[in-house]
Design a protein around this ligand. Sequence first.
Ligand code: ACO
Length: 402
Amino acid sequence: GIDIGKLRAQTGLVTLDSGYGNTAAYQSAITYLDGEQGILRYRGYPIEQLAERGTFLETAYLLINGELPTVDELSGFKNKITQHTMLHEDVKRFYDGFPRDAHPMAMISSVVSALSTFYQDSHNPFDEEQRHISSIRLLAKLPTIAAYAYKKSIGHPVVYPSNDLGYVENFLKMTFSVPAEEFGLDPVMADALDKLLILHADHEQNCSTSTVRLVGSSQANLFASISAGINALWGPLHGGANQAVLEMLEEIKAQGGDVESFIRKVKNKEEGARLMGFGHRVYKSFDPRAKIIKSAAHDVLSALGKSDELLDIALKLEEAALSDDYFVSRNLYPNVDFYTGLIYRAMGFPTTMFTVLFAMGRLPGWIAQWHEMIKEPGSRIGRPRQIYTGVVQRDYVPVEQR
Ligand code: ACO
């Protein structure tokens, strides 16, 4: 008997791959991504076509079920989601307990985790019905959970879901308390948000999705797994970048709009400064989502008749970076987060809500990936190895002798 574990440790046969730059942990049929050429497809459909012609709920159905829905399938899916938009009244008490200035990402991950206490009837990942109902509940309730978090942050009473409205329109109403048509430029706003959600819906094995899979691989329930994904998304190197981009633009504006000196600071790596919204682990050319979002930013701002000094700063930053050898030689291009914040801001969302909107968009991808993992024959618990670098062995010394 050879002890493989021992052999691995002794011979260094374990692969050390910092940040998993070159390790495929799963096989997946959901999203295709070619980072060299800037291609992104969900279930084979180019992201450009889905963003231009599809809807978010159609895309969610596609990701989770593998095919675009027929008319009947889509209306059945929408009806089910509409039936589950309400939160149990007791859930409101969670919000009462959070501090007024709590970050909405912390609130939504906590409340999503708490859903597992309300729906103990659907914890079994191997029961298809239970998987299905918990997925519907999450898709239906996350916009309500998100809108409640926003209301809490401004000290306003919550607005209950209106089941006569579409997914995005309902969310806008619960958030801003007014019907879409009074809120701003109605269809422009709802369409732009729907499109942004589509663009965020999946992105293969990013940090949050891999987190959902890893937690789910222990057979934890879907609510617990998704809550972990939300927390992974929160960080500024991942979904939190959209908030960080806006803060960066504000900082540059406050310092007189001097783009060149900010670029210098980034290149000199002063105080760890990075050009937020630039760079990507996989894309080594333009992020295809960023291209679509850039033009959407122009559309939304012009439809609202708003000019935004921060958009001008963003355009200058992009231009400066794309012609600078530091960024060019490292293949650093704008990513999905570079322009989204400008659109969210124009819609009236505070910066702390930006990553929440990302989470709403990414939810169907997380769910689809969790289903795929659970259903895969022979799937096993995720358990990376390590290279131990500590002391080999030593003897315990009683505290008074140390
Ligand atoms: N600004 C300045 N320099 C950068 C940036 C940036 N945004 N991104 C990478 N670099 C530099 C690094 O300093 C490094 O330079 P070096 O070789 O001189 O040390 C080189 O480019 C490679 O960078 P890594 O950190 O090794 O790249 P990695 O693949 O690990 O990181 C990441 C990818 C996290 C996205 C990174 O580009 C980054 O921090 N970007 C800013 C944050 C951001 O926008 N995140 C959102 C990503 S998209 C998403 O999650 C939805």
